[in-house]
Design a protein around this ligand. Sequence first.
Ligand SMILES: O=P(O)(O)OP(=O)(O)OP(=O)(O)OC[C@H]1O[C@@H](n2cnc3c(O)ncnc32)[C@H](O)[C@@H]1O
Ligand SMILES: [Mg+2]
Length: 198
Amino acid sequence: MMTFQQLVLASHNAGKLKELQAMLGDTVQLRSIGEFSSVEPEETGLSFVENAILKARNAARISGLPALADDSGLAVDFLGGAPGIYSARYADGKGDAANNAKLLEALKDVPSEERGAQFVCVLALVRHADDPLPILCEGLWHGRILTQASGEHGFGYDPLFWVPERNVSSAELAPADKNLISHRARAMSLLRQRLGLA
Ligand SMILES: O=P(O)(O)OP(=O)(O)OP(=O)(O)OC[C@H]1O[C@@H](n2cnc3c(O)ncnc32)[C@H](O)[C@@H]1O
Ligand SMILES: [Mg+2]
């Protein structure tokens, strides 16, 4: 069993930090990479896995701590899986509101049954920057893209993601509820098992 008292989270996204720390509980303290550097690595990979590993190695190198990275995004069926790994950059770095507006526009005349989508989360954990055996865990969350934004919780595309098992948008879920069923929750549950925390 691997034990970590502290991990650096290779993310500058406050929403992820909050959700991941809540899922991990107090056995492991997550420190933000923002404490060590404000420079974000370029996400040059072509897959969630590659980008997660790249971010984890970068954070381990900078901090000297074991590092956890989360590469995630939204894959929309009608768009052939886009925006996918480009979810954060979909509207050219103009932020969540612009990303959501662009997605609504792209699906403007698409009927409800063709609006299927999944949130994807890949977690990568490296013990050190050159770790040859990163731990990789993936989680998917199936839903649909709404025709207008709804809800105030969460971040990113949450207001547009309809959750069939609850019949609400993911931004209408209480944070604790989202953390039980989301793509990130599924990936984290696998990671906890791998670390012997489950
Ligand atoms: O790379 P880091 O620094 O971790 O932060 P980021 O926000 O750039 O994160 P990603 O590169 O992994 O891009 C993820 C994108 O997918 C969106 N996303 C991921 N998980 C989400 C969730 O639980 N709810 C809503 N949107 C989510 C998020 O808003 C981003 O636009
Ligand atoms: Mg990113």
